[in-house]
Design a protein around this ligand. Structure first.
Ligand code: NG6
Ligand code: CA
Length: 514
């Protein structure tokens, strides 16, 4: 018996010795499931894990505190469409003139030949899905909502897509599944027009008595579920979504996707609609935050994330799933409806210590909650490395063992995994087609004409006739413009900016720069 044991031991030793030593570079890339949980208008200060004290977000916090929390994590833009464009294509949004807030009738702005995050992952054997907000355009001109709406998410890399076309405040207020309006009754066809109303249709403007939620600015066209929207819509009654059920609806789709696709690696882009307007919490969450609907829908979203995480756990795939959590742009309090978000805000500061908000070139426009979570693989921690959502394409490519070429996406896998603190050297941020440069601890905002503030939303958007230069490490609230006192630094920033923005920049904005 002893001899046998000894022999076995020897054989085992020999087997181990014969194994070639694996170099790190030869290691088989892992193929974890990849989930991007993307919020809509959630601000840097909207979560307890980013300093909020007036609202509690335990499930978002579990991702942020249980993973790498980035304090210098950026969306590419201060509005939705351009940020989503950059997230999915890895290309700066200002390189695509169509990457700006789109109406619900806009054509698809991603070229179907272009590499995208889901396409890259699909080529590596992933199943790919979108659940939630799209807002990157559909079709190639005039969309007939009663037929197969294409090209769309399916044509840019998603095998499966369940989505709202644009935003919750824009028509059509229906869901699409792989290019088909869900629940459409062919005898009640949908018509959409962003310019003219259809005869006899009530609108928020003419029929305020029909509005259960009143509009404040914009949002005064077709009324659906008592909520006036942007754009006119006729027909499609049976297909119209229920606003209060939207969060549950998307959650159920995300959960069922996970359950039915867990046997092979998948990529799920779970693009939630909260806390974008109209804020329509399910009655379960109504009044729960004490902050009005904006706080209530943040609690609702937090709950959804918790439920989604439970599903990953119950299905036994949590440890094999990397989750990226972020938001498409910064916060706005009054974005066009009378929902008392301003009046009920109390001491809550959605932008945290940052200046500005959605639409702004100031930090709160683009600096957003940003975390990577991978149970057992990413050690919880905080990183101040400069990272951008645009970098997910190159970084996740590296994770799954491939590369992407010719995009603006930087490969920062080690940073996202918490193994390195060497993020980007610089980043051009965008807000309503204006751009600025972050480099090191500095941000330079070139002179822009136009109002300093958008009055309706009460947000300073960063316009000034003079250059602005801030040291963000010392002055996170951007109160001390150093452009005049630090001319050399300013020049260095201008030179670096022009280098990235290239010829186009000097041609189109020369006058402003001089
Ligand atoms: C603006 C809307 C705003 C919101 C935004 C898009 C008005 C007055 N304001 O034009 O409510 O819909 O577009 O938000 O209509 S985003 O997060 O999708 O970029
Ligand atoms: Ca948004």
């Amino acid at each position: 018996m002893k001899i046998l044991k000894g022999l076995l031991f020897l054989m085992l030793g020999a087997m181990i010795a014969c194994q070639p030593a694996k170099k790190a570079s030869e290691e088989k890339p892992s193929k974890p499931n990849v989930v991007v949980i993307y919020m809509d208008d959630l601000g840097y200060g909207d979560l307890s894990s980013y300093g909020a004290t007036e609202i509690s977000t335990p499930n978002m916090d579990a991702l942020v505190n249980g993973g790498m929390k980035f304090t210098n994590g950026y969306a590419s833009s201060a509005t939705c469409t351009p940020s989503r464009y950059a997230l999915l294509t890895g290309v700066y949004p200002w390189k695509n003139k169509d990457a700006k807030i789109l109406p619900g009738t806009a054509p698809l702005i991603i070229n179907t030949e272009q590499i995208t995050l889901p396409k890259m992952l699909r080529a590596e054997g992933y199943q790919t899905a979108l659940v939630g907000k799209w807002h990157l355009g559909l079709g190639s001109g005039h969309v007939n909502w009663n037929e197969h709406v294409t090209p769309g998410p399916n044509e840019v890399g998603f095998d499966y897509a369940y989505y709202m076309a644009a935003t919750q405040d824009r028509v059509p207020t229906v869901y699409l599944e792989d290019g088909h309006v869900d629940g459409l009754d062919k005898n009640d066809p949908i018509e959409i027009d962003y310019k003219n109303n259809f005869e006899g249709q009530p609108t928020g403007k003419d029929n305020p008595e029909l509005c259960e939620m009143m509009w404040d600015h914009g949002h005064n066209a077709t009324i659906v579920n008592g909520v006036p929207r942007i754009g006119y819509m006729k027909g499609g009654e049976a297909a119209k979504w229920s606003d209060i059920d939207m969060a549950d609806h998307f959650l159920a789709k995300a959960q069922s996707y996970v359950k039915t696709h867990k046997d092979k690696p998948f990529f799920l882009y779970y693009a939630m609609q909260q806390p974008h307007v109209p804020r329509t919490p399910h009655p379960r969450f109504k009044g729960k935050s004490g902050m009005g609907p904006r706080g209530d829908v943040i609690l609702e979203a937090d709950w959804c994330i918790g439920e989604f995480m439970k599903t990953l756990k119950e299905e036994g795939i949590l440890d094999n799933t990397i989750i990226v959590f972020s938001s498409d742009n910064g916060p706005v309090i009054n974005d066009g409806y009378v929902d008392f978000a301003v009046e009920k805000l109390g001491d809550h500061t959605p932008a945290g210590p940052l200046r500005g908000g959605k639409y702004s070139l100031f930090e709160a426009g683009t600096r957003v909650p940003f975390a990577t979570y991978w149970n057992g693989k990413i050690k919880p921690g905080t990183s101040d490395a400069l990272v951008c959502q645009m970098d997910l394409l190159a970084s996740l490519a590296k994770l799954v063992g491939t590369e992407v070429s010719s995009t603006d996406s930087q490969e920062l896998l080690d940073v996202l995994m918490g193994k390195s603190n060497k993020g980007r050297e610089s980043l051009v941020i965008e807000a309503t087609t204006r751009t600025a440069l972050r480099k090191g601890d500095w941000i330079m905002i070139p002179p822009y004409n136009g109002p300093a503030k958008i009055k309706t939303v009460n947000i300073e958007i960063g316009n000034d006739k003079k250059y602005q230069l801030y040291n963000l490490k010392e002055d996170i609230g951007q109160t001390n413009n150093l452009a005049e006192s630090k001319p050399e630094k300013l020049q260095e920033m201008i030179d670096a900016f022009i280098e990235i923005r290239g010829e186009d920049f000097s041609k189109t904005e020369k006058l402003i720069l001089k």
